[in-house]
Design a protein around this ligand. Sequence first.
Ligand code: AMP
Ligand code: ZN
Length: 478
Amino acid sequence: MSGRFRAVTLRLFNTLSRELEDFVPFEEGVVRMYTCGQTVYDDVHIGNARTYAFWDTLRRYLEWRGFRVFHVQNITDVGHLTDDADMGTDKVEAAARDEGLEPMALVERQLGRYYRDMVDLNVERHYVEPRATCHVQEMVETVEKIVDNGYGYVVDGNVYFDVSRFDEDYGYAEMSGMDPGELEAKPRVKEDPLKRNSADFALWLKAPEEHIMRWRSPWSTGYPGWHLECTTMARRYLGATIDIHGGGKDHVFPHHPNERAQAIAATGKELANYWIHAGFLTIEGEKMSKSKGNFYTAREVIDDLGGDSLRLYFASSHYRKDADFSFEDVEQAEAGVERIRRALGRLESAEGGRETYLRREIQVMRNDFTEAMDDDLDTPLALQAVFRFVRESNKSLDNRREVLLEASDAIRKVCGVLGLQLDREVEVDSGVVDILLEQRERLRDEGRFDEADEVREELLGMGIEVQDTDEGFRWTAT
Ligand code: AMP
Ligand code: ZN
């Protein structure tokens, strides 16, 4: 990796400044991080899963870097409307109605599925996983502060955020890179006639007659606007200004500018110092989304190819880039996982020799891994370092046993940062390999080439590649 810029500290791309910045947390050694989580009306799709897996990797990497991390990720069970312009219905209510369920019955069922997916993807539980419905009273208090400070107005039981007023005082659209004029001009399918300006957004909505989820407030019996929960819960659990706030890139506008505006309007303080956004997983170039129906659930892919394969697949593209999903790419990742597992099997079962040179390579791998991850979590580059080392270690079984075990431990640790579990024991029994190699030779001598090829395939499945040369056959571990 010589010649590349050597990052001294972790650098992250901050959407607010649109620059790569050195990461310096507010309190030394501690990171407070909030990421926008699942709206629990449907199953986790692989796009959601990629984003959650990335936050998990970021958290694990921060810990690898020695930080103590407090990571909060919310569960949205009320307030997320089917339309950004506050004119749709609540996603949970609508889905529950379609299924003939009470909204909270749907939420409980979906939460069970969500946690099963997260366990299989090895996404660790978060420090706090607050649910919107449990924090409505605090959200009402946030709205009261916003209204008292002159940034909110009440119309007919609804409360709206006054974007132009806020923009004059603080600048509203910085993160999206759009100016307020552009926002005004953004075409909307339908517009809420009660708003003063189309860029304004709902803080509180009066519940229509048939709306089941409703709470009392000074303005009406109703329910909170979607952006309010994150502003309120991030501060509730992590304090006034947090270090990292993350979400998918769909949150660059309007969700995150609105969360931020609410926080500043309520308290005069910034909500977060680093705003991090993950790219989309697409299907045939289009954003996969539940509302369009063009998605695979995380469960389908986990059941088919396993959580580790998905995690390796996610790590093989940079989090800020969009990636177009294909099963072939996940299958390729599955083969990569197998390669790592086989290398671990060899390292952990080999008798070892007298050499120690692999120790130097362990250090090189760790440095390359850290350097790549420091550069805005360049997981594809970090993976190259891992696979380089895996190849190296396959050739280095003449190292002392303790060095081989250090090597396997190093692989497990860096892969652990990327969320791989690698817990399935794979042992390559060298006795079996010898028998199969002999058998193949015998079959070839007897001219039974088809059967010899079958044995060759079997060996390949065990990670042994056989090549025939003029001097006889040679085998290498893949
Ligand atoms: P939602 O349940 O729609 O609120 O989304 C939950 C999280 O998944 C948010 O952080 C979204 O930005 C993210 N997300 C939604 N769709 C995709 C996608 N196609 N690719 C990557 N992340 C996504
Ligand atoms: Zn949010």
